[in-house]
Design a protein around this ligand. Sequence first.
Ligand code: DSN
Length: 416
Amino acid sequence: MNFEEIKKCDPEIYDAIIKEIERERKKIVLIASENYASRAVLEAQGSIFTNKYAEGYPERRYYGGCEFADIVESLAIKRARELFGAEHVNVQPHSGSQANMAVYFSFLKPGDKILGMSLSHGGHLSHGAAVNFSGIFYQTISYGVDKKTGLIDYDNVRDLAKKNRPRMLLAGASAYSRIIDFKTLSDIADEVDAYFLVDIAHIAGLVATGLHPSPVPYADFVTTTTHKTLKGPRGGMILCRSEYAKAIDRMIFPGIQGGPLVHVMAAKAVAFKEALSESFVDYQAQVVKNARELARALMSKGFKIISDGTDTHLMLIDLANKAITGKDAESVLDLAGITVNKNSIPYDDKPPTVTSGIRIGTPVVTSRKMKEPEMAVIAGFISQIIDNDGRPEIERIKEKVESLCKEYPVYEYIKP
Ligand code: DSN
């Protein structure tokens, strides 16, 4: 990977790529939904399979010349089934939102009720937010977390389900740091005769390695992205029971997508192979250990973490006691080389463009092989920036961040 051709034919894109490589090397990335894909995943995604149309499914295509695309998709399916113990898998969704869309469109009618976790309490846009297709086509009822504990209030979910009789109950979150009780939620779905969809986009790597209980035995459908804790290429996937296989496959193609991205399915297959290895279990265990240590170190410095800690790869920091908004914290930390995202906290009184919180996660720093001692150092950097009104500390911390990143190098094989 030396980008010689791009440099010649498109210097502007070349320049953006080189700057992005530098950014990913030099900054401490704590965005909970991001990860650094392996060289093998990048090679598969950069392969000539990008040239190939393969509408349909293995051995049932609408184009000739799909014999090697069939190998790719079949391997991705086989490995994903093994990884998650699923009866049926569709690896074609271009994203997590498209995976969710396929489930809704297959089994709901416009106007049906869905009950999902509120975006402002840690849910996801595609779980019924008003601005998203899910909130436009369906009637959304939202559940949230308890104000005091920051934990999902399962009794409240049951009450809402009984009162509203949704056609589908959704679980899964993008900013919830605790174990989700899929069994209880599945019982609630059964009590009101609703379908049960679980979106494990954030925790897929933890589920695949047994570090978070799996929803597969309980849910009708499980959707995910493949690029977060799972460490694959950017994309989506659906796992479901055999009885739903035909409807789901038909809805992905020809329902809402055309040709699958064969190069991305190749990269998914590679990522799933990596995820089936022993070292991936060690990696995920370290992701969780790092998150716990980062949460502990931040709390010892006076940061308030929603639910007082984490069981997963992420945590949500409530900055109310720090006299800084999420927006400003994101900006000032980034100037010092620490990348996070502003995030609404439950019951936030600020708009999503400002917020009272930041979300941080450990998949990327763990991919760099950082461990607990480095998490304590990073907590110190964050505290020095936020607690000292930022600006005077920026240059000093930035140098320290760069030197820590040099100790844990990434993408050294890329030589632009
Ligand atoms: N946008 C993703 C996240 O950051 O959590 C969810 O899709």
